[in-house]
Ligand binder design. Sequence first.
Ligand code: G6P
Length: 608
Amino acid sequence: MCGIIAAASTRNVGKLLVQGLHKMEYRGYDSAGIALHQNESIAHLRALGKVQLLENKMIAEKPKSKLGIAHTRWATHGEPSEINAHPHKSKDSVYIVHNGIIENYVDLRESLIGYGYEFSSQTDSELIAHLLDLHMNEGNSMLDAMYLAKEKLEGAYAIAAIDIKDNTNLVVARNKSPLLIGLGTDEMFAASDPLAIAQMTNDFIFLEDGDVAEISANSYKIFDSSKKEVTREVTHIDISNQATSKGDYRHFMEKEIYEQPEAVSNTIDGRIGGEDVLDNIFGLGSSDLFAKVKRIQIVACGTSLHAGRVAANWFSSIAELPCQIDYASEYRYRNPHVDDDSLIITISQSGETADTLAALSYAKEKNYLASLAICNVPTSSLARESDFVLFTNAGPEIGVASTKAFTTQLAALMLLALSLAKSKDLNPKLRGRITNALRLLPEIISESLLQKEQIVAIAPSIANKDNALFLGRGIFYPIAKEGALKLKEISYIHAEAYPAGELKHGPLALIDENMPVIALAPESEIAEKLISNLEEVKARGGTLYVFADPSVKMDVKAGELVHMPKCDFFLTPIVYNIPLQILSYEVALLRGTDIDQPRNLAKSVTVE
Ligand code: G6P
């Protein structure tokens, strides 16, 4: 999704800004641009495609500047093109970059055309530059003009702006779209993502909705929505270079797959003790609150939603709680009825997904007992806006397709199921069994990573197909869904998931030699039924790739049977997900796709 970086410094900032754009490439984008103040003029460079193309233009033109703004764009209004790329400008004087969506852009655009402004792009963002220019021409400073513009703008935005008449200050504004200030020595930054400026500073100020700030190389001033100057807390975060570089791996996704044993250890460490989960790991008072919970509502998007679907089963089996789960983008629009003593749970790697944040804000108006977030980013909006939080501690996830974030979300959600059961004094023996199994989980994940060779051998027979079907039953159905999502995200192969028992009610019609079927067959009470479902596929000429418990001895003929390491039944979904990640990765590698930044996708989707 779009990324903003801005800098005011006593040194040249062009290189720093482009470096920052590179660091945000993982978020997904289609074009990039920069505006650099050069006293008499503003250098304005944009490129469709990779940041490298913008960098090539910079190398050719060598603009020198101590004040600038830059952007990676993920198209919402208007096709990906150089003309639609940010920064946008008004009359060669005001330049802006914007993340988010201006919902009333049609009306505002018309009214600005009425004032004589000409639009060169199809974006909703360009009008912000004209609106600022309009108010500055009335004699207002950029800061005052930003407040006047804010009165008119509806929707979500993070904005950074510079003005030809001021070579010292830049102005930023935030409303429902992440924005932070980075404090350097003799330089200040603003960015939508701390990773963009982590090489320049470890001290960040996370702006709040409604905030506007004026930033120069040696000072910054923050004003709240009522234009009162405010002090916001400085947060120190060490983001190591190791965490944000690929090392010897070919892709971030590959690195993140193989980091999973350590990531899961980090999720569990310090949260279990003896035969149980520790008290209050979701925040002070959480254990007491859990004792009162009678129902659970989960909202999330994408991969995080799949983690929620697995957890819904755990909440029911381990904590004996009914659980409803919704796509965050749908939840608000189905008129949800909230029973007394319900807990709302949001799950989000980034903690900045606009749909999930909007669902949480809607839920806060309802009579939930409390809100709880499972999140990977401590400084995120979701973490700040929830009553209770558990951080997954997976470290930065850069690959757009989520891997270690998913695995650690599952580990965290298991801790939640155990905590709820503990607070209700339920199933102590089962809790002890699962707690011990959790300790062994990193090792079992390491074992499952060793199946790489067998999976590499399967990959070519899937890479040359256009479709694939994933099958799982019960708690493995969401894992099949996640497997299908991973394959389509990074290899662009159309993939669907079904609970295996549903096969005969429709999808069986699709089975032929061109439809590989990937199935999950763990040891379970319905294992035999699943095998019968797979026989139905085999009988119709389908090729089966079965990830199974060692006790499963089926003859898959043309396909492949991969035996999985054994572990406690409740944790098997976590382990069976690993080979599906490796399979998607190896297939995408053969198809030569852009694995870390798949076409059209974004890492953190900050628009609804
Ligand atoms: C985007 C990403 C997915 C992710 C989803 C939810 O669509 O491409 O990988 O699962 O957002 O993101 P979140 O940060 O809320 O988990």
